[in-house]
Ligand binder design. Structure first.
Ligand SMILES: [Zn+2]
Length: 400
């Protein structure tokens, strides 16, 4: 019913200022105002799934200058529970991080459970990955949970469909839009902004309809869900180009779960303001670190006696203090310090990348910034291809 649309612009402590748009590319520099401080955009948010960015504490995050972090509703709801977090003073107090926090709605995790969940128009029933117990999320319950957690930015419940199935995406989108309206009606916390989530897989018609519908509801910000879930990079870029002129210019745009360093640069060029991804922290715990030339795997024997830091011009604590040889030793010896030091560097790399992108946008040279970054940075795909080629050559030379 058109007349029952829950459009409401309420006065909150949240706001977004578009400071400058890069003349050539349309990349955006802005500022998010939240109840726990300002966030310059483009921004990369480290992921603190279970109310901790794995291996770091809030002092590390403050020293890194992380403007905002992400917590996962699904995980925190299951353990320790939103009621407990609320009784402990909310997520900021509970985890000792007093900067801005964004929470997802749990939709993505629940729909990743596949065999363990069942969806209907009212909500989604799922089984815990921890103990197999049965739970149910509804639009109202995920809003309530995020209000209990007290994040600065919350997400509506959405249905994340397989990106390449048009019929399923159309059906999932109908539910996602119903749920967005119900979330908006249920949401009451004035110091928290609730973002809508655009879905529709790799299909321009569905994405267009989704962005237009959600924009008509007047959310304070828009997330783009269901990308980087198995579709090609070309499809992801094409969909962002479809959405760029439709999403309201004066509201922030958040690309959920993306991405790698090259993704950040490519998607900022397509108008995205906010990112989160576990890649940087997960790779760090596996001994892989970012440099402007690409990833290094510190387990590699060639670093055994390498006295250099991971990245000569990086100002992070790890690079100021330790050699690649020492970091490799910690990884090989399975010391827990390895995870912490590598995580510090990878987050510094991502945060600096976002900062550098912002500065370039402000100076109308983002296109050149992007091109220089991509020319120097060998992506993991390219690295894998090169490794295969080298292995092929080595085997051919061995045969000859
Ligand atoms: Zn570093």
């Amino acid at each position: 019913m058109q007349q029952e649309r829950p459009t409401k612009e309420r006065s909150t402590s949240f706001g977004y200022e578009l400071v400058h748009t890069d003349r050539e590319t349309g990349a955006r520099a802005g500022i998010l105002h939240t109840a726990h401080g300002d966030v310059p955009t483009p921004v990369y948010c480290p992921v603190g799934t279970q109310a901790t960015v794995k291996s770091l504490d809030p002092r590390d995050l403050a020293e890194l200058g992380a403007p905002m972090i992400l917590g996962n509703t699904y995980h925190l709801y299951l353990r320790p529970g939103a009621d407990l977090v609320e009784r402990m003073g909310g997520l900021h107090v509970f985890m000792g991080w007093h900067g801005p926090i964004l929470t997802d709605s749990g939709g993505y995790q629940v729909f990743s459970l596949r065999d363990l969940r069942q969806v209907d128009d009212e909500g989604v029933t799922f089984r815990s990955h921890i103990d197999g117990s049965t739970h149910r999320f509804t639009p109202e319950s995920v809003v309530r949970i995020q209000e209990q957690l007290g994040s600065d930015i919350a997400m509506v419940l959405d249905e994340c469909a397989e990106p390449e199935d048009h019929a399923y995406n159309a059906e999932a989108l109908r539910r996602t839009h119903l749920w967005a309206e119900r979330c908006l009606r249920a949401h009451g916390r004035a110091d928290q902004a609730l973002f809508g989530i655009v879905q529709g897989g790799i299909f321009a018609d569905l994405r267009t309809a989704s962005a237009a519908h959600l924009a008509s509801l007047g959310f304070p910000g828009y997330a783009i869900g269901g990308l980087s879930v198995g579709e090609s990079k070309a499809d992801m870029h094409r969909i962002l180009e479809v959405l760029a002129p439709i999403l309201p210019t004066e509201k922030p745009r958040y690309l959920m779960g993306v991405g790698s360093p090259e993704d950040i640069v490519q998607c900022v060029a397509r108008g995205v303001d906010m990112f989160d991804c576990v890649l940087a922290t997960r790779l760090a715990r596996n001994g892989a670190v970012f440099t402007p030339e690409g990833r290094l795997n510190l387990r590699n024997a060639r670093f055994r006696e390498d006295p250099n830091p991971i990245q000569a011009d990086c100002g992070c604590y790890t690079c100021r203090t330790f050699s690649r040889a020492y970091l490799r030793h910690l990884i090989i010896a399975k010391e827990i310090l390895a995870a912490r030091l590598n995580t510090i560097h990878n987050l510094a790399f991502m945060l600096n990348l976002a900062k550098g992108a912002r500065q370039a946008i402000l100076e109308d040279r983002f296109g050149a910034f992007r091109d220089a970054f991509l020319a120097a940075y060998e992506t993991a795909d390219a690295q894998a291809r090169r490794a295969n080629r080298d292995a092929f050559r080595a085997s051919r030379n061995a045969d000859s």
